[in-house]
Design a protein around this ligand. Structure first.
Ligand code: PMV
Length: 335
């Protein structure tokens, strides 16, 4: 059995279809070039120990035994991340039918609560590292499914798209737990972070309340979102040239943002960044992820620098990132 395993998993952006995906509609998402690293090793205490030194919140150290959690430093938003890690470790121990002390240490380049799938990435990287440590052979699909289970345990509701993209990587069309690889398109995008974060759990619950109160209004919005995703898929797999593809995708992004705004998940800041990006020459811009803060992204062929500057002037943090082909990666195994 290995003595130490280091695994990493990427962030994602939902290109089209967040929220409607919770209602069984399709979505398109892609892994991006920001990663969470999890190092797993055995310990003699018999407990699960979690250290998170840099998860874009003040550093913290936490350990817990079966019924107690000890926070050794200030944790803030990061506490949410920890429940993903804890459930991930427990699921793997259950799967391996083992009760043993495991320590994990986390570092991450992904801002927490920004709609970039930081929770799923940490869950997937943890499952990847701990399962390898325990000599459990799991496929990436199985790891994605376990990541989805972790999200359901922590959030209550989840489509499973985040852990799937994080485990598998690349460009995926996702519907009801099944995914399909789409041809890889190198999209010239800029991600803009509002600097504040929304709670996926609360936003999903808020949309659910609206849906239950006014199904005759909300159902057609969700339907429309589903159809829009299928149109985007047609464009991506079509033989159109790159420029035409970008134009059509940009238009669909703008419509998708409007529909998300109608659901109530955009914020003034998100829409300001979206409009600033469009004014600076982006073909399309929309919020990505759960909303309520977090991130937007813009499609800006030949205009990435201008759009990044506009996002900055509008008070956001721009990130020029790349779509990533790779999902979960085992970085190091020490015997
Ligand atoms: O904000 P994120 O990265 O957690 O994305 C949430 C996406 C939703 O569609 C709103 C929820 C889900 O489970 O798919």
């Amino acid at each position: 059995m290995p003595r130490l395993v280091l695994a990493s998993a990427p962030a994602k952006i939902i290109l089209f279809g967040e929220h409607s995906v919770v209602y069984g509609k399709p979505a398109i998402a892609s892994a991006i070039d920001l990663r969470t690293y999890v190092r797993a090793e055995f310990n003699d205490s018999g407990n699960i120990k979690i250290e998170a030194h840099d998860i874009k919140t003040p550093g913290l150290i936490v350990s817990f035994s079966e019924d107690k959690i000890y926070f050794e430093t200030d944790y803030g938003k990061a506490a949410e991340v920890l429940s993903y890690v804890r459930h991930a470790i427990e699921l793997v121990l259950e799967e391996a039918d083992k009760r043993t002390g495991v320590s994990v240490s986390i570092t991450s380049q992904i801002p927490v609560g920004a709609g970039l799938g930081s929770s799923a990435a940490v869950a997937v990287a943890t499952i990847g590292a701990v399962s390898k440590l325990l000599d459990l052979e799991l496929s990436k699909e199985e790891i994605a499914k376990m990541g989805h289970k972790v999200e359901l345990l922590v959030q209550g509701a989840s489509s499973g798209i985040d852990p799937t993209v994080s485990a598998i990587g690349g460009f995926l069309y996702y519907k009801q737990g099944e995914f399909e690889h789409l041809p890889f398109v190198e999209l010239p995008i800029v991600v803009g972070y509002t600097g504040s974060s929304g709670s996926t759990k609360e936003l999903v619950a808020m949309v659910r309340r609206r849906y239950e109160e006014m199904p005759e209004l909300i159902e057609p919005i969700l339907e429309s979102m589903g159809k829009l995703v299928d149109k985007a898929k047609e464009v991506i797999i079509s033989k159109l040239d790159e420029e035409e593809k970008f134009l059509k995708l940009g238009e669909l992004m703008n419509i998708n943002h409007g529909l998300l705004d109608a659901l109530g998940v955009s914020t003034k800041k998100l829409s300001e960044l979206v409009y600033a990006a469009r004014t600076a020459g982006a073909i399309g811009a929309k919020l990505t992820g759960a909303g309520g803060g977090g991130c937007m992204y813009a499609l800006a062929p030949g205009k990435q620098r201008e759009v990044a500057t506009a996002i900055k002037i509008a008070g956001g943090t721009p990130m020029i990132t790349r779509i990533s082909k790779e999902g979960l990666r085992i970085e190091e195994v020490r015997e």
